[in-house]
Design a protein around this ligand. Structure first.
Ligand code: NAD
Ligand code: DAU
Length: 352
């Protein structure tokens, strides 16, 4: 029996992942842990919160006592660590919580896993720690080339520095104690349930409200966009088949300038809403993000050749379905922005 602890389960990627695993129904017992910060929403889990093979616990990955209890009670044998402070702009304004959750939280999870999984000099069969990391740890590229797993770490924001530090701690627990682990480093995700501070949902939300669309600097920065369920497929494959100690890069092979992407979103919205006032005039160039990385591009050939991962989704199709999802769920957006779902959790599940 696999008893898997999924941290950050109520966030964007964690909630998409857990829906996908439960749909596949692999007889996995899932323990979902989340602090329910502004970015974590119980509503993202409504359709599964009462399923027998899913248990939700509100809590902090820095809380060692709580983790000990969870490991003991549920005999956890695998961890996927999605929990993090994830937004670059917030890390520029207030770095400390990034260091606490992303670095110390990861180390606390590793320490508890080490205590429960190591037997004399060997490790419990089937145990694994999977750290969900990011391509931002590699820093910024010039016009040519892509990040591969051997690209040196060169983070520029407090967020990416904290993620790079967490990766190094995971590697240190592997090299020093032998903990079975993998690290995945993915490019920019998009899809349903993404907090509307990130570029794609922010632009959709603002455009639907005829608000200005802020573009940092010249807008010619490049990101490699991947649909969240392609990322989730890759995570699942690494969890099952990744060779312990290995890092796997995951990308969309889909580089776009921010300005190009925003114009594409406007044009799809224009068509879907038949509202001609949603137009390029809403774009407003604003002061650039300090330390802004210019270009990310990912070489995914290792995971493609070693683990046979392939993307399933076509960008233009899933960009359209993502836009449609935000149009169909205005209440979700309003409630995550106002923090209504946090209040809902306390009222309905707070005494669990
Ligand atoms: P998110 O901000 O949507 O979700 C993070 C979740 O972690 C939230 O539910 C939040 O409540 C929870 N959390 C925060 N601090 C916690 C703590 N101390 N204890 C327990 N839970 C806590 O982020 P996301 O976009 O879903 O990202 C998930 C992971 O994937 C992160 O580690 C991020 O670095 C990584 N990642 C994200 C992307 C992307 O494009 N979004 C790309 C590559 C990697
Ligand atoms: O590359 C993976 C990373 O992608 C993840 O590790 C992070 O958790 C995730 O937040 C994301 O980071 P970015 O900084 O790339 O994402 P964001 O959506 O904040 O910004 C995408 C690009 O758009 C970036 O170049 C900054 C720009 N931008 C963003 C916002 C919010 C704007 O021009 N205007 C905006 O209002």
């Amino acid at each position: 029996m696999v008893n898997i602890l999924i941290t950050g389960v109520a966030g964007f990627i964690g909630s998409n992942y857990v829906h996908q695993v439960l749909v596949k129904n692999r007889g996995t017992q899932i323990i979902g842990l989340d602090k329910l910060t502004y970015a974590g929403n119980i509503e993202n889990l409504t359709s599964i919160i009462n399923e027998d093979d899913f248990i939700f616990i509100k809590g902090d990955i820095c809380d060692r006592k709580l983790l000990e209890k969870i490991f003991h009670k549920y005999e956890i044998n695998q961890i996927i660590n999605f929990a993090a402070e994830s937004h670059v702009d917030r890390s520029i304004h207030d770095p400390q919580v990034f260091l606490k959750t992303n670095i110390l939280g990861t180390q606390t999870l590793l320490e508890v896993a080490k205590t429960h999984w190591s037997i004399d000099t060997s490790w419990k069969t089937g145990c694994k720690f999977l750290q969900i990391s990011t391509d931002e740890v590699y820093g910024s590229l010039g016009a040519e080339g892509k990040f591969n797993e051997n690209t040196p770490l060169d983070p520029h924001s407090p967020y990416s520095a904290s993620k790079a530090a967490a990766d190094l701690i995971v590697q240190a627990y592997h090299d020093t104690y032998g903990i079975p682990m993998n690290i995945t480093r993915c490019s920019n995700n998009f899809g349903p349930y993404q907090f509307p501070e990130k570029l794609i949902p922010l632009i959709i939300h603002n455009a639907l409200h005829h608000k200005k669309l802020p573009i940092y600097g010249d807008g010619r920065q490049i990101r490699d966009w991947i649909y969240v369920l392609d990322h989730c497929d890759a995570i699942d494959i690494v969890l099952r088949n990744g060779i312990s100690g290995n890092i796997y890069n995951i990308g969309g092979n889909n580089e776009l300038e921010n300005i190009q992407l925003v114009k594409e979103i406007i044009s799809i919205l224009n068509e879907l809403t038949e509202d001609s006032s949603i137009c390029n005039n809403l774009i407003e160039h604003v002061t650039d993000r300090p330390g802004h990385d210019r270009r990310y591009a990912i070489d995914s050939s290792k995971i493609e050749s070693d683990l046979k991962w392939q993307r399933r989704f076509i960008f233009s199709d899933v960009l359209r379905t993502t836009i449609q999802w935000y149009m169909d769920n205005p209440v979700w957006i309003d409630n995550v922005i106002t923090g209504e779902y946090q209040k809902f959790y306390e009222q309905n599940y707070g005494n669990r």
